[in-house]
Design a protein around this ligand. Structure first.
Ligand SMILES: N[C@@H](CCC(=O)N[C@@H](CS)C(=O)NCC(=O)O)C(=O)O
Length: 266
């Protein structure tokens, strides 16, 4: 990926940059807090922007101080502060000028409505196409992410409290979802519409973890090829790179392919 070098920045500035400049003009330099989370490539994208900012700052001999924090919900004080912001306690949560914007799909819609530059869209402008993207975003959340999270939750329980019937049900839902996605992928590169969209953002993390519990069936060739396309998408690959040190804590790690722990592994 190539980024504008120091002398070229002006040529690349957009509406959002100019708005930020006006905000700084009005309020002065201030410290800002960004909450980023690795679940959704789009939400995690600010990490790439921060990297660019740090590199450019170095070129200009300006130190850009970025305070990146990991949210530890096991720490009661951090948990209480987070619950005060958003009572469900779920991540991700975006703070936009202090206003909490929860739920991955809504965060993506919010970013597109308020901060997307130029022609880049994760939700198409045409209404019918947008509806399809929203449908597949929901389907991945409800029928892949939700059973996958149920399987993780079961693994976190003490042995005696585990519930084989809920586990069997979750696996059935996943299996149904895999077949449904395989059918949808006929003649498609991305799951909804021609381009990578919010639906693919829902697909990447949910399939990534679901496949650790229920491997993608080899006969579902379109699903397997789609999975590889997703994993190779630059935003997804960047998120996996960032998440790699944490995979050792993932309860379903026994099912995670070795190549995700070690990119040099076959
Ligand atoms: N529907 C929510 C689900 C968010 C969600 O399930 N977040 C999980 C991580 S993937 C979480 O916050 N888990 C921490 C907890 O439940 O304490 C969304 O799409 O943002």
């Amino acid at each position: 990926m190539s980024h504008p070098t120091n002398g070229e920045i002006e040529r690349y500035t957009d509406h959002y940059f100019n708005r930020t400049k006006r905000v700084i003009g009005k309020f002065g330099d201030a410290q800002v807090t960004y909450a980023i989370f690795m679940r959704r490539p789009v939400v995690f994208a600010p990490r790439l922007a921060l990297q660019w900012l740090e590199d450019t700052g170095r070129d200009r001999n300006t130190a850009v101080e970025v305070d990146k924090r990991l949210l530890d919900l096991g720490n009661p004080a951090e948990r209480d502060a987070y619950l005060a912001l958003w009572p469900t306690g779920k991540m991700p949560l975006l703070l936009d000028q202090g206003r909490p914007v929860p739920e991955s799909s809504i965060i993506i819609e919010h970013l597109q409505q308020n901060h997307a530059g130029g022609g880049r869209t994760l939700i198409p402008h045409a209404a019918a196409e947008a509806l399809d993207v929203r449908l597949w975003d929901r389907l991945f959340d409800l029928y892949v992410m939700t059973p996958m999270q149920a399987l993780t939750a079961d693994l976190l329980k003490p042995e005696g409290d585990r519930d084989p019937r809920s586990v069997a049900r979750a696996r059935e839902v996943l299996s149904m979802a895999y077949a449904m996605i395989e059918r949808q992928l006929e003649g498609r590169t991305w799951v909804a519409g021609d381009a990578f969209s919010m639906a693919d953002c829902a697909a990447a993390p949910s399939l990534f973890y679901a496949a650790t519990y229920l491997p993608l069936p080899p006969q579902q060739v379109r699903l397997s090829a789609y999975f590889e396309r997703l994993m190779n998408h630059p935003a997804v690959a960047a998120v996996i790179d960032q998440a790699r040190p944490y995979f050792k804590f993932y309860p379903g790690r026994a099912g995670l392919s070795r190549r995700f722990f070690d990119p040099t592994a076959a």
